[in-house]
Design a binder for this molecule. Structure first.
Ligand code: NAP
Ligand code: MG
Length: 493
């Protein structure tokens, strides 16, 4: 069985405690690898290396020219692309997602690295004409790396979420300590093999696996960490926010969601059904932006739900390596949580249109599979409408007016994403502008692009990832003012 180690200061190392944790394939329940279980002291070692490299190495990564950083990142992308198939297979074995989707994740990861390799060389900073009582002066800004960045990721897109943080952090010249989710450490550890063989100096990129309450908490609290970028649940995001206050870390939080998918009667019905499927059943519904609240105009509700039900019931379920429509959920524990939500929703009066139970046909009995689930007859305060379920579960609500649709869409503590389906362009834009969320789709659901910023309003987070904005998150702005007549004194003469 494979043993995965931490990577600290240029060396592959066991945890100081000597402990390991099991890595499980959710399609079979089998242990497929063991991983070094780092703790606070391992995290401290990694932070010390990253700090030394950032602050004390005169030839450190941040002093590499942008061109050099860019070239190294491009080589890393090429190497990842070469190993596309083995990365995808590992991701499917560790996370459960269909191989086809895992391949898509690797392709996206390659593309993200190339984007940030290019972005590293883009112009940045602004110049300001500030001539005033002080005499002739010019102010301008330059962008500098933040310092030691702690990057903490969830299990739903292990490689992609990792690369989404690592690539811009490195492009900007930072040093990093990375912590993967204990559910899915394999693909990012393999990515660190590529990083370890690159020309990035030792101590610049560090990997510490281990639990959130120890490694994650140390990364958030430690005074030598300058920034934390976290993707995960709102609850953990809140605790990281608090833990980061000690030294006022820069912070990026990509958190949970409960996103509305609003469908008007004039929409292309079959198209809306297909996108709604992608919206909520892609990646087993384990997607932060999942369109888990369908809000459909009353006059087409029955037709819409019939079609959606037919599509959902026909989905194939199985081991991700066989490329079914849907793989297993991440763990037995998570599956039970999702099933509990469905049970509670039922007890509160909801009607289960289809699914709602564990799927145990044939080989699936060994894994953590679930039938895609549609729930209707829900009130606004039903458990299934209120909570992020993070599984293949969608609720159906109805509206009669545009205002009612918008009110319902906004009736949530989250604000990550949402969509509107209609053939009326002006209405689409009106509704999109009224919904308080960071990402909105019109007549589609879920596509994300490295060129466009991603992030949430409200309890879905703060800061943006992807795009040039995502790069700027990993920088500080330095304002510099130059006196153009050095001999001349200021206003007090
Ligand atoms: P999670 O339980 O919040 O865990 C995320 C990461 O944080 C894991 O690496 C976890 O470590 C670590 N962690 C746990 N407690 C911590 C603490 N006290 N301090 C520091 N780190 C800690 O989330 P998850 O279950 O992995 O992922 C699902 C959630 O992620 C959903 O809410 C989903 O919406 C959100 N998500 C959001 C986005 C977005 O872009 N907005 C994208 C993907 C996912 P261990 O698990 O190893 O202990
Ligand atoms: Mg796993």
């Amino acid at each position: 069985m494979e043993t995965i180690l931490n990577y600290i200061d240029g060396k592959w190392t066991n945890a100081l405690s000597g402990d390991y944790f099991n890595v499980i394939n959710p399609a079979t329940g089998e242990v497929v690898a063991k991983a070094a279980k780092g703790g606070r002291d391992d995290a401290k070692m990694a932070i010390a290396a990253a700090k030394r490299e950032f602050y004390n190495n005169p030839n450190g990564w941040r002093r590499f020219s942008a061109v050099k950083r860019s070239e190294i990142l491009l080589k890393i992308a090429d190497e990842l692309e070469k190993q596309r198939d083995s990365f995808a297979l590992i991701e499917t074995i560790d996370n459960g997602k269909p191989l086809r989707e895992a391949l898509g994740d690797v392709d996206d990861a390659v593309s993200y690295i190339r984007y940030y390799a290019g972005a590293a060389r883009m112009p940045s900073g602004v110049s300001y004409d500030v001539n005033d009582g002080f005499g002739q002066m010019q102010s301008f800004t330059i962008k500098e790396p933040v310092g030691v960045c702690a990057l903490i990721t969830p299990w739903n897109y292990p490689l992609l979420m990792g690369v989404q943080k690592i690539a811009p952090a490195l492009a900007a010249g930072n040093t990093i300590v990375f912590k993967s989710s204990s559910e899915t450490p394999m693909s990012t550890a393999k990515f660190f093999e590529i990083l370890s063989k690159s020309e990035i100096p030792d101590g610049t990129v560090n990997l510490v696996m281990g639990s959130g309450s120890t490694v994650g908490n140390e990364l958030s609290e430690n005074e030598y960490v300058d920034m934390v970028s976290f993707t995960g649940s709102t609850e953990v995001g809140q605790s990281i926010y608090r833990a980061s206050a000690g030294n006022i870390k820069k912070i990026g939080l990509e958190l949970g969601g409960k996103s509305p998918n609003v469908i008007f009667a004039d929409a292309d019905l079959d198209g809306a059904v297909e996108w709604a499927m992608v919206g909520v059943f892609f990646n087993q519904g384990e997607v932060c932006s999942a369109g888990s609240r369908i809000i459909v105009e009353k006059s087409i509700k029955d037709k819409f739900v019939d079609k959606l039900k037919q599509r959902a019931e026909n989905m194939t379920i199985g081991n991700g390596v066989e490329n079914p429509d849907m793989g297993p959920l991440i763990s037995e524990n998570h599956l039970n949580k999702v099933l509990d939500f469905v049970e509670k929703a039922k007890n509160e009066g909801a009607n289960i249109v289809c699914g709602g139970y564990r799927y145990t046909e044939g080989e699936c009995a060994k894994g953590y599979f679930m039938k895609p689930t549609i729930i209707d007859n829900v009130t606004r305060d039903n458990t299934a409408v209120k909570n992020e379920i993070f599984g293949p579960v969608v609720t159906i609500q109805t509206f009669e007016t545009e205002k009612e649709a918008v009110d319902m869409a906004n009736d949530t503590e989250f604000g990550l994403a949402g969509a509107v389906f209609t053939s009326d362009g002006a209405r689409a834009f009106r509704v999109v502008k009224e919904i308080r969320a960071g990402v909105m789709w019109i007549n589609c659901y879920n596509p994300a692009f490295v060129e466009a910023p991603w992030g949430g309003y409200k309890k879905s987070g703060t800061g943006r990832e992807l795009s040039f904005e995502g790069l700027e998150e990993y920088t500080e702005t330095k304002q510099i003012t130059m006196n153009l007549n050095p001999g001349k004194l200021g206003w007090y003469k």
